[in-house]
Design a protein around this ligand. Structure first.
Ligand SMILES: CC(C)(COP(=O)(O)OP(=O)(O)OC[C@H]1O[C@@H](n2cnc3c(N)ncnc32)[C@H](O)[C@@H]1OP(=O)(O)O)[C@@H](O)C(=O)NCCC(=O)NCCS
Length: 165
């Protein structure tokens, strides 16, 4: 297990895999999402809680000293959904990745992505797909981390090798 993941101590700064989605955590995540994509807190609460606790989705947060600064959530797909990407073994899909505006461009997004990719490798995932936000910020971030645009649209994919990139 990579040493930068802190598993239990909520106050420790660093990455933590989330197993129980509490109202307090969703409030923090909602605050982060709402900065760029205003929406409904209840919807996010139900989505995160049900996806993680009932549908087996995977979630990591990056904790600051008092509250999370970013989070990622995705799922391993039992049946490959994105045949156009070229199915290489098991597929996984990222559906949330957000970093608090004040803490962007400090490497937190890349750390969250690497934790997710590492989890996927450990579970035999061959490629990861996602729909990027239609911004230079998001597409640039994913391109820098090895994701390629499929057919010129916002669907992006990465074939996982054995190393971290
Ligand atoms: C995309 C996002 C998760 C990146 O998180 P981050 O912690 O800032 O990312 P990192 O610090 O690890 O990586 C920074 C890289 O991302 C890209 N990037 C980040 N902000 C950017 C911006 N405003 N303009 C262009 N590229 C940008 C660049 O490649 C940058 O590398 P550089 O600083 O060397 O130029 C974050 O900007 C975010 O939450 N955006 C809003 C929500 C969103 O778009 N989520 C993804 C949609 S699926």
């Amino acid at each position: 297990m990579p040493c930068w993941i802190t598993w239990v101590n909520k106050m420790a700064v660093g990455l933590e895999q989330v197993f129980n989605v509490t109202p307090a955590l969703v409030k923090d995540c909602y605050y982060i999402v709402d900065q760029t994509r205003p929406g409904e807190a209840t919807v996010l609460y139900n989505t995160l809680r049900e996806d993680v606790e009932r549908r087996g989705h995977v979630m990591f947060v990056f904790n600051g000293t008092a509250f999370p600064l970013g989070f990622i959530k995705g799922q391993i797909l039992r049946i490959p959904d994105f045949k156009s990407v070229g199915v290489v073994g098991i597929q996984s899909k990222i559906d949330y990745l957000f970093v608090d505006k004040k803490y962007q461009r400090a490497g937190i997004g890349a750390l969250l992505l690497r934790a997710y990719e590492s989890y996927c490798r450990d579970n035999g995932v061959g490629n990861i797909i996602l729909y990027s936000a239609p911004t230079v910020q998001a597409t640039g971030f994913y391109a820098k981390n090895g994701y390629v645009r499929m057919n010129g649209n916002l669907l992006m994919a990465k074939v996982l090798g054995m190393s971290s990139h």
